[in-house]
Design a protein around this ligand. Structure first.
Ligand code: ZN
Length: 702
């Protein structure tokens, strides 16, 4: 995934013109120039007490900059309005990128306190800009003359994106509707928060407590030990086996526990979360869906889906529906075949019950073990972190001419982070931080982020990006280096792909550069890199045993490949079902009373979901769409997968390291950020619109 920093706007403005400062301000590293190598943040000088004053000063300075734009007596121009806004807020940008990145990977109680204090202020500051009527008036004046301004394509894009951003934020809402518009936004943010809190509460409230180990046949010793450890957290359950509704506990239980009654019990608790009692989310869903429709109408769209998709590569609800149905049909057909296999297994066991959702993972896992037993411990020795990293360096070198040189002189925020200079054609084009292993101050998962995005100054000087990849990979031990699972190796290639999108960026404006693209396009550079990770030829070049140096055997590669396409009917059916459920809620064009479970049953019935499978998320705990920022966006994963499968096809056709193909991908996609419409960029690389066929074939759905 990529992470976006909470800032309003961008870029460097010279500090000298900012008037007098108190002494303490002079010592604040955010308010001085950074004389570090390549201008990286001076992590060794930054202290927690510097943040609040720097945020406050940053907001004050940007407010002055905005006032200067608004009060300019000259007529609005591209330079004095659009560019001036783009280049405003440089100090705020500096402090925000350091602070919000470190709250994710180097957090502390102190940092959280600062975040709680500063986030509401930043949000108000953002509103003051995006709802500034005079500022919008100037932007609109420039926008209305856009054809006469002789702008180059990137300037035109900046103008259009700036205008669109203000319009989508409500700047164009007629005066008589503005109060209602703000009220809707406020209500929606409260409802989303309540929805998320309810899911968290309902998820945490439930525990399956088992005393008798005999009832847990099928679970591995590691799973049992983890369940005992969960039990030990509470005196009442100490010595008992405790399972929860969190995935790391729930999924292995459903896959392995032989006891069907227990599987059914925990499954039911999982699937019925937030349907009743104090955590009931059904009324909240009704309100959210209808408020979103009302807001979309105020903004001039016929549905929330139309509003969201207008700003995405997919553009229209029709395009999304077509994509989803094209994957749905073969996926559900394949899932039906898988269901038949499991029903036969149940019969062969001499059992007499119908296959239900609580059984699916159990029989799927049983069959998977029989067919291709992929054991992590067998794989790991071939995927030492060092070898995988060399693999991804090597692939990036062959494709894009990059070399990576570690530089220990560059300051870091934690001794575990390593820093590389990224060289291309004899120049340093980026700085790359990598931070591989878990620690208490780091949140879980893996992500790419930036301490500074690439851009050009007003004078045309190129400012190189400072990229960071943060992961939580298996740690080294006293006698073993860090040995990755295959999933972890793929994750490193994935995040590195986001990294390349940031590192290779060659844009003029920071807000259009690197990974600042629509969310159904941003996963293309990352997902395509996974293809090199799992390609057998490439794998043989980097996957070598950490002790013997032997190349990974063909038989293990075959196991990894087979495991990758196993069970894809189910995986795709539950994913697409969730995407279509999300879609159904947001294509309504008239106020609709949403009753549950009727609405969901109707939506899932209309596409022919079989009773043995449920949507990956049911409505009452579908946080992506009701409390995260993914409403009408769950399709993005599938959209991006179409792109990356189709794009990799070009490399398969021309050669995995074909220079012309790599150059086309670099110059049309990786270097271009959001400087043009993503479909235009994609077509320039591929010569045509993406085809869904490679995705279906690679997922075994053709
Ligand atoms: Zn990603």
């Amino acid at each position: 995934m990529t992470k976006r920093i909470l800032t309003v706007s961008c870029i460097a403005l010279l500090l000298g013109a900012c008037g007098t400062k108190k002494d303490e301000m002079k010592e604040n590293p955010f308010l001085t120039e950074w004389n570090t190598p390549f201008g990286v943040p001076p992590f060794d000088q930054i202290k927690t007490e510097h943040y609040i004053p720097a945020f406050e000063e940053g907001m004050r300075l940007q407010k002055n900059e905005i006032d200067a734009i608004v009060n300019n007596t000259e007529a609005p121009t591209f330079e004095n309005t659009i560019e001036a806004l783009e280049y405003s807020g440089s100090i705020l940008d500096k402090v925000s990128s350091v602070f919000f990145n470190l709250t994710e990977c180097n957090n502390s109680d102190e940092m959280e306190k600062i975040a709680n204090e500063i986030i509401p202020q930043l949000s108000n500051h953002g509103d003051d800009i995006s709802l500034n009527a005079k500022l919008f008036e100037r932007i609109k004046t420039v926008y209305d003359q856009k054809e006469e301004l002789n702008l180059n394509p990137e300037q035109m894009r900046l103008l259009e994106e700036t205008y669109k951003g203000f319009v989508r934020g409500g700047a164009n809402v007629p005066a008589e509707k503005q109060a209602r518009f703000r009220e809707i936004n406020e209500q929606l943010s409260l409802l989303s928060q309540r929805f998320g809190n309810n899911v968290l509460k309902a998820t945490n409230e439930y525990q399956l407590v088992v005393e008798d180990k005999a009832k847990l046949a099928g679970l591995t010793e590691d799973q049992l030990a983890a369940a005992l450890e969960t039990g030990a957290a509470n005196p009442e359950t100490k010595g008992k086996y405790v399972f929860t509704l969190h995935n790391p506990s729930l999924l292995p239980f459903l896959s392995n526990c032989d006891n069907r009654d227990l599987r059914k019990e925990i499954w039911t608790a999982y699937a019925e979360r937030c349907t009743s009692g104090s955590t009931n989310n059904t009324i909240i869903i009704d309100s959210i869906v209808n408020l979103r429709l009302e807001r979309a109408n105020i903004l001039g769209f016929e549905s929330h889906a139309a509003y969201v998709l207008d700003d995405c590569m997919a553009k229209t609800p029709e395009a999304v529906n077509e994509l989803l149905m094209n994957v749905w049909k073969p996926a559900i057909a394949k899932a039906q075949q898988e269901a038949e296999e499991y029903k036969n297994m149940i019969k062969a066991e001499g059992a007499n019950f119908e296959l239900e959702p609580c059984d699916w993972r159990y029989y799927s896992e049983k069959l998977r073990k029989e067919k291709y037993n992929l054991n992590d411990e067998e794989i790991r020795p071939y995927f030492s972190l060092e070898n995988v990293l060399n693999g991804v360096f090597d692939v990036s070198g062959k494709l894009y001419g990059l070399t990576f040189v570690e530089n220990k002189e560059i300051p870091t925020y934690d001794k575990e982070a390593v820093v590389y200079e990224v060289h291309r054609e004899g120049k340093v084009i980026a700085i790359l931080y990598m931070d591989f292993h878990p620690r208490e101050s780091k949140r879980s998962g893996a992500w790419m982020t930036e301490f500074r995005g690439q851009y050009e100054t007003k004078d045309g000087e190129n400012i190189i990006p400072i990229i960071s990849l943060v992961c939580n990979f298996t740690k080294p031990t006293a006698n073993k280096p860090s040995l990755l699972t295959f999933d972890e190796a793929e994750t490193l290639f994935h995040e590195f792909g986001h990294g390349l999108h940031g590192m290779l960026s060659k844009c003029h404006y920071k807000s259009l550069a690197g990974t600042n693209v629509s969310r159904d396009f941003v996963e293309l550079p990352s997902q395509i890199m996974e293809n090199w990770c799992r390609n057998s030829e490439v794998m043989k070049s980097y996957a070598k045993h950490y002790q013997t140096g032997n190349v990974i055997p063909d038989e293990l590669i075959a196991k990894i490949e087979n495991a990758g396409t196993y069970g894809q009917g189910f995986v795709n059916a539950e994913l697409i079902a969730a995407s279509l459920l999300d879609f159904q809620y947001h294509i309504i064009t008239t106020p609709t009373k949403i009753s549950l479970p009727e609405f969901e049953n109707q939506a899932m019935g209309s596409i022919g979901l079989i009773p043995e499978i449920i949507s990956r998320y049911k409505s009452t705990y579908f946080q992506h769409i009701f409390s995260g920022g993914y409403s009408c966006g769950y399709y993005s994963y599938t959209w991006a997968a179409v792109l990356d499968n189709d794009a990799f096809e070009a490399f398969k056709e021309n050669g995995l390291f074909d220079q012309a193909t790599a150059d086309a991908f670099r110059t049309n996609v990786l270097e271009r950020g959001n400087t043009e419409d993503p479909m235009v960029l994609y077509k320039r690389f591929r010569g045509q619109e993406p085809s869904i066929t490679p995705l279906l074939r690679n997922r075994g759905l053709l």
